[in-house]
Design a protein around this ligand. Structure first.
Ligand SMILES: Cc1cc2nc3c(=O)[nH]c(=O)nc-3n(C[C@H](O)[C@H](O)[C@H](O)COP(=O)(O)OP(=O)(O)OC[C@H]3O[C@@H](n4cnc5c(N)ncnc54)[C@H](O)[C@@H]3O)c2cc1C
Length: 244
């Protein structure tokens, strides 16, 4: 049976590997701000903000390096693709997602990552996705118009696979098989956690690409959450980019 909770607009459902059963629990993608570069220099007796530091570094050759007004400067740098100034400040976020999505995230080579290791720790959860229909005209797109019977079939298929996977994975560990070997039994829906650190420059381009509708919906939702964090941390840059 398709879970009533899934019909309530939730995107994911998870199975717990820790328990012996496969009781469904709701899961939403999780994103959390971990850190932003914290400048240590003061201008007019005030510590610079992260964006103030970008402007301060951009004005390295200017006699007005300490000017507190940098709205126009950051907009100018964006307009003229003077991207290196945006490499002066970093942001790190924590992302909880599935192994179906994390390889897409890891492709963004200008970032630095730490990801949960299935070699050293037991996998915790298997996510279940609400299915969408393949768009026959655009292979990068999927449509939210599947009939209930197909959704139920897919939900049950995920449940069967998760149950089988958990049983065999747990048995493998009980037999003393190394986690790095046992993990080949796990599906792509297995949950993972990553720390993703990058410069403001990298985040700008990541967010432009991954909030676009050509990106898989589950990844788009992660990027949209990170975009909210970015906009709160870098309001002048976000405004110069006309982000809303
Ligand atoms: C819709 C979609 C489909 C994809 N399909 C495939 C596929 O089929 N197979 C596959 O192997 N890969 C695929 N990819 C992955 C893609 O090719 C890239 O590897 C991935 O998006 C990482 O981007 P990147 O290399 O620019 O890395 P990033 O780390 O995001 O960027 C690298 C550097 O380039 C800079 N940069 C990026 N964009 C700009 C810009 N516009 N202006 C100035 N600087 C910029 C960044 O700031 C950074 O410094 C797909 C990606 C998307 C979004």
């Amino acid at each position: 049976m398709l879970s009533a909770k899934m019909e309530g607009g939730e995107k994911f459902i998870r199975f717990s590997i820790l328990g012996s059963d496969t009781t469904k629990t709701l899961w939403n993608m999780q994103v959390r701000l971990i850190s932003v570069t914290s400048p240590l220099i003061e201008v007019e007796n005030q510590l610079l903000s992260p964006e103030g530091l970008i402007a301060y570094c951009a004005r390295v050759s200017s006699p007005h390096q300490e000017s507190p007004d940098y709205k126009k400067l950051l907009a100018y740098c964006i307009r003229h693709k003077h991207w290196s100034v945006f490499e002066m400040v970093d942001m790190t976020v924590e992302i909880v997602t599935s192994r179906a999505i994390s390889p897409q995230i890891l492709r963004h080579k200008s970032f630095q990552f730490q990801e949960f290791s299935q070699r050293y720790a037991k996998a915790q959860e298997i996510e279940r996705y609400m299915p969408r229909r393949q768009d026959s005209k655009n292979r990068q797109n999927s449509l939210n118009d599947l009939d209930n019977e197909t959704k139920e079939w897919f939900d049950e298929a995920q449940e069967r696979i998760a149950r089988l996977t958990l049983e065999e994975y747990n048995k493998a560990l009980e037999r003393g098989i190394a986690k790095e070997c046992a993990r080949v039994l796990l599906p792509m829906g297995t949950q993972t956690k990553l720390y993703m650190k990058g410069s403001v420059r990298s985040w700008i381009h990541y967010l432009e690409v991954r909030t676009d509708k050509s990106t898989q919906q589950e990844h788009q939702e992660i990027a949209l959450e990170i975009k909210k964090i970015f906009m709160a941390q870098f309001p002048v840059t976000a405004s110069a980019l006309a982000w809303s």
